[in-house]
Design a protein around this ligand. Structure first.
Ligand code: UDP
Ligand code: MG
Length: 319
């Protein structure tokens, strides 16, 4: 039997959401034409999520799961699901029901009309704090201006992708996986469906500020070399200012010997400023070099401790 639709759902301490997720997904699946599989990827949860996934699989065989040996992060969990799904159309969505499963029906319709990627674009984020909304708003706009490919604003990973797109993603060896960027990079016909992002059904947000920040940096560094150039520009500007100041000082020295040449404060400020510029530049270099290091190490992206519903037994692809 060919699987028509695959759902890939990363799970990190989502015990409070799994029953409701099942209920809503089941209704949506009933309305989709063709065989459906749901791949739940347990990203090293510390709560009862894994037990719930086992029960779910025993109760409904369409729900399979992979379980990581520790927390590897959301993007890697999605990657693992994409590695092992078999559907002709693949849906990626969160487990906390912030991505309404019912929207998949609309996405499937667009897919049947020939779109290779149908991504969900948020018109509103309800009940998320203003700081997160502001950061997200600013980040997507910076990214749009700096990235080499056009990454649509206000889209997360919630999307439906055609088999050919997922095959391409799976063939990409890079391990700093900013999936919404890679998905845009692939090309083909892409379209958006608009939706209002609901608040989390239950449980805490798993994306802490640190994780969100890391994801944002990863998105920028993976898809843009502009930050590298920025340090060059700042360096050039600083050099120009220094030259100007030298001319000014010489002028004062010879033509206005009584001018108040303030010393101490100016020097300290200049030292701090240049020190900061240099450290930031080194930091930017570090971001890129660190990623090169990650890539060349070539470790597997994740390690599995358990999997149910797959033939043959899955193991992480070697890169
Ligand atoms: N998640 C994960 N590993 C992590 C963090 C999050 O698999 O280390 C999953 C989480 O279970 C959820 C999805 O990623 O299904 C999105 O997480 P969250 O709702 O916290 O993020 P946000 O909605 O703020 O983007
Ligand atoms: Mg969420």
């Amino acid at each position: 039997m060919v699987v028509q639709f695959s759902f890939v759902v990363p799970i990190y301490n989502e015990e409070a959401n799994i029953p409701e997720l099942y209920r809503r997904l089941k209704d949506v699946i009933a309305q989709l034409e063709g065989e459906v599989e749901v791949i739940l990827v347990n990203d090293g949860s510390g709560d009862r999520s894994l037990q719930l996934l086992r029960q779910l699989h025993a109760h409904d065989r369409r729900f399979c799961y992979l379980s990581f040996s520790r927390n590897f992060g959301h993007q890697i969990a999605v990657t693992a699901g994409l590695n092992f799904c078999r559907g002709q159309a693949i849906v990626v969505m969160d487990a906390d029901l912030q991505d309404p499963p019912e929207l998949v029906l609309e996405m499937a319709k667009q897919w049947r009309e020939g779109y290779a990627v149908v991504y969900a674009q948020r018109t509103q984020r309800r009940k998320e704090n203003w700081f997160k909304r502001l950061m997200a708003y600013a980040f997507y706009r910076v990214l749009r201006n700096l990235a080499d490919v056009e990454i649509p604003t206000d889209t997360g990973d919630f999307c439906l992708m055609d088999r050919q797109v997922v095959d391409l993603l799976n063939a990409m060896p890079e391990r700093n996986r900013y999936i919404r960027g890679l998905r845009a990079w692939v090309g083909f016909r892409q379209t958006a469906v608009l939706f209002e992002r609901d608040p989390r059904f239950a449980g805490e947000e798993k994306y802490t500020f640190r994780k969100s920040f890391a994801l944002a940096v990863n998105g920028l560094v993976s898809f843009s070399r502009v930050p590298l150039r920025i340090s060059t520009y700042i360096g050039l500007t600083a050099a120009a200012i220094a030259l100007l100041m030298a001319v000014l000082v010489l002028y004062w020295r010879f033509f206005a010997p009584n001018s108040p040449l303030t010393g101490y404060t100016t020097i300290i400020i200049a030292i701090f400023f240049l020190g900061a510029v240099q450290l930031i530049s080194i930091g930017i270099l570090g971001e890129y070099i660190g990623r090169i290091y990650e890539e060349v190490k070539g470790r597997p992206l994740y390690t599995l401790s358990e999997a149910q519903g797959f033939q043959p037994k899955p193991s992480p692809p070697k890169t």
